[in-house]
Design a protein around this ligand. Structure first.
Ligand SMILES: O=P(O)(O)OC[C@@H](O)[C@@H](O)c1c[nH]c2ccccc12
Length: 259
């Protein structure tokens, strides 16, 4: 039985076999010393005592569940708007086939702004970790449901070695345990179930109480209103990751940073 996630992972396998022919690991070794230092995502998301939670603003053109969200999509214009409202970091979709993202979108946003940039994609091979660093990402997303636990641990370690922070995405208690056992330092709870794209904000609330001190906690997906964000702040999340919800006015007027 195929779920949305298994369908996406099938397509990724082909993409990765093409990517491997370009040997991103070798290209990384060749230009390692010319790359600019990465900007820490972990540091950018650490929420101080009494401060409002941080925003990771997602530059997102389309999604498989909703289709095209932004008709005249300009990643730099969106990023500018998100920087102006007080985002602490960007997430940029690079997956082409399901989200109409592109590596170029990430590279331009990374070049033009000082905030750390998360590469939002389905990483299933180490070549994609090297590629992330080469295109200008400061951090990567690793999805527990898309990897076996050993791979997860290896890719976290590789990412750290080459200067990338890692947001480890979970959707239930078991995945959270796996993330913590494999030494995740930033954990994102996806409120959207990648098997059927259903959304429940309760997922974040339920899992937050099981996260230990010292882990950066991020609530992801389906946040649309101020009340949703305040609920995550109340539950003591360090940050929220929002794509679609930022396209409306309400969350653009939210006070993301202390005045
Ligand atoms: O647009 P939303 O509902 O605010 O969601 C953003 C982000 O959480 C979502 O795009 C996402 C979360 N995990 C992912 C993994 C792959 C692709 C996309 C995602």
């Amino acid at each position: 039985m195929g779920t949305y996630l298994t369908k996406i992972l099938d397509v990724k396998a082909d993409e990765v076999s093409r990517l491997k022919q370009q040997a991103p690991d070798r290209r990384y070794r060749e230009c390692e010393h010319d790359l600019s230092a990465s900007r820490g995502m972990y540091a950018a998301l650490s929420r101080g005592e009494g401060e409002p939670l941080r925003l990771i603003a997602e530059v997102k053109k389309a999604s498989p569940s909703r289709g095209v969200l932004v008709e005249h999509f300009d990643p730099l214009e969106l990023a500018r708007r998100y920087a102006d409202i007080g985002a602490s970091a960007f997430s940029v979709l690079t997956d082409r086939d399901f989200f109409q993202g592109a590596n170029d979108y990430l590279s331009t946003v990374s070049r033009e702004f000082d905030l750390p940039v998360l590469r939002k994609d389905f990483i299933v091979d180490e070549s994609q970790v090297y590629e992330a660093r080469l295109i200008g990402a400061d951090a990567i997303l690793l999805i527990v449901a898309a990897l076996d636990p050993l791979q997860l641990e290896e890719y976290i370690q590789l990412a750290h070695e080459i200067g990338l922070d890692v947001l480890v995405e979970v959707h239930d208690e078991r995945e959270l345990d796996t993330a913590l056992e494999r030494h995740a330092r930033m954990v994102g709870v996806n409120n959207r179930d990648l098997r059927d794209f259903s959304v429940s904000l309760d997922t974040s609330l339920r899992l937050r109480s099981r996260m230990p001190e010292g882990i950066i906690s991020v609530a992801e997906s389906g946040l649309k209103r101020q009340a949703d964000v305040l609920m995550m702040q109340e539950a003591s999340f360090d940050a929220v990751l929002i794509g679609e919800g930022l396209l409306g006015d309400e969350l653009q007027r939210f006070t993301w940073k202390q005045p």
